[in-house]
Design a protein around this ligand. Structure first.
Ligand SMILES: *Cc1c(COP(=O)(O)O)cnc(C)c1O
Length: 381
């Protein structure tokens, strides 16, 4: 019997439709066991041995993420950072990495301060400039290109097809932090990436109540096996309770992302003409440098993240952030509640982030309320 061709939206709404065998429960139980019974003949035919590597609830979340990314396999981790670092630690000493100048700051910090002690060398480039990426290649030594699109906090867009072509020509892998695009708007594997990473803390879970990370892969190969061993050795697997919450969050991913995209676009259009705003950074605006590529690469929306540069500089930006009421003044992104943050304050002195920039994570609230609240905060300068 051929399986009906349900859309991804339908499959994810039902968490792939798994029903618990004995109880017929529509929501499968949370598997908390750390150990599993051997078969009478000393085998482990269930495939499960011990909880540091094996957990059924984590596997259910992984099945959903692999479906969303059209990947061969996926792994969930205790955080987005641990997922990303597991990729870098699967490289060998002496390997060279190319990473973007504009990227998630904590990961840039790890590459700058800690990667060298593992024998890894990183060159930071403008990832939206393919000639710069090509020029940074060290033939035979560059083993990984790391991209992020749209990239924190200017939302610069990487031409994934272009970078994948460069990686492939030089025998390097392409890994993409696709946290802000979500699998609904961009599927990096479709554009030639080898590995996709998500801070599942953000849109995948969507409720600011779970720290989680995920990787999805084009091929189950030696590199993927090394990532799997890293995860098991360091106990990086996501716990079963968190995996359950992540599954529950992902069931509404399509509704949340759709609402966030609509709100972000509407806010970007309105603030682009605001007297207290110097510039709006949002890939959905025709004025954004990455707009043409984003249009080709992102389906159904340009994401829920945007930034505004405030007239009057850093002081005016921080003052505006202190006056909002509906927007919540906090770091992080991708939740149902809208967040606002003076980004340079958290990124520290070596950030490429403009000092007058406020990063906005559009939630699912009424867009009129969101506009009014921030408009008032900007005008009462
Ligand atoms: C939050 C974030 C991360 C890190 O994820 P954690 O779950 O906080 O470790 C990585 N990349 C991007 C783009 C993020 O927003």
């Amino acid at each position: 019997m051929t399986k009906p061709n349900w859309t991804i939206r339908s499959q994810i709404a039902q968490a792939l439709g798994k029903v618990d065998g004995p109880s017929r429960a529509v929501v499968p139980p949370i598997h908390v066991t750390t150990t599993f019974i051997r078969d009478p003949d000393n085998q482990y035919r269930s495939g499960n041995v011990y909880g540091r590597a094996d957990n059924e609830t984590a596997r259910e979340a992984e099945g959903m993420i692999a479906t969303l990314e059209d990947a061969k396999a996926a792994f969930v981790f205790g955080s987005g950072m641990s997922a990303a670092v597991a990729v870098f630690l699967a490289l060998a000493p002496g390997d060279h990495i190319i990473a973007p100048r504009v990227m998630y700051w904590a990961l840039r910090g790890w590459l700058m301060k800690d990667a060298a002690s593992w024998g890894l060398e990183t060159t930071f480039v403008d990832m939206d400039n393919l000639a710069a990426v090509e020029a940074a290649i060290r033939p035979g030594q560059t083993k990984l290109i790391w991209a992020e699109t749209p990239a924190n906090p200017t939302w610069s867009i990487t031409d994934l097809e272009g970078v994948a072509r460069i990686a492939k020509a030089h025998g390097a892998r392409l890994a993409v932090d696709s946290t802000c695009a979500t699998p609904l708007l961009t599927r990096p594997l479709d554009f030639g990436a080898d590995i996709v990473m998500h801070a599942a803390t953000k849109y995948l879970n969507g409720h600011s109540d779970v720290l989680a990370g995920a990787l999805a892969t084009r091929a189950v190969d030696d590199f993927w096996a090394r990532i799997q061993r890293n995860r098991a050795a360091m106990g990086l697997i996501l716990g079963p309770f968190e995996a359950f919450l992540l599954i529950r969050g992902m069931r509404t991913l399509s509704l949340r992302v759709e609402a966030a995209c609509q709100n972000a676009l509407e806010l970007a259009l309105r603030f682009a003409n605001h007297p207290q705003v110097v510039e709006v950074l949002y890939p959905g605006l025709a004025t954004h440098a990455g707009h043409a590529i984003a249009k080709r690469q992102m389906k159904g929306g340009f994401g829920g993240m945007l930034s505004v540069r405030v007239r009057g500089g850093e002081e005016a930006a921080i003052a505006a952030a202190s006056r909002v009421e509906l927007w919540k003044r906090a770091t992080s992104l991708g939740g149902v509640e809208s967040l606002i943050e003076h980004r340079a304050s958290i990124e520290g002195p070596d950030t490429p982030c403009p000092r007058d920039l406020l990063r906005l994570s559009a939630g699912i609230e009424d867009v009129e309320d969101l506009y009014k609240d921030l408009d008032r905060a900007l005008r009462s300068a």
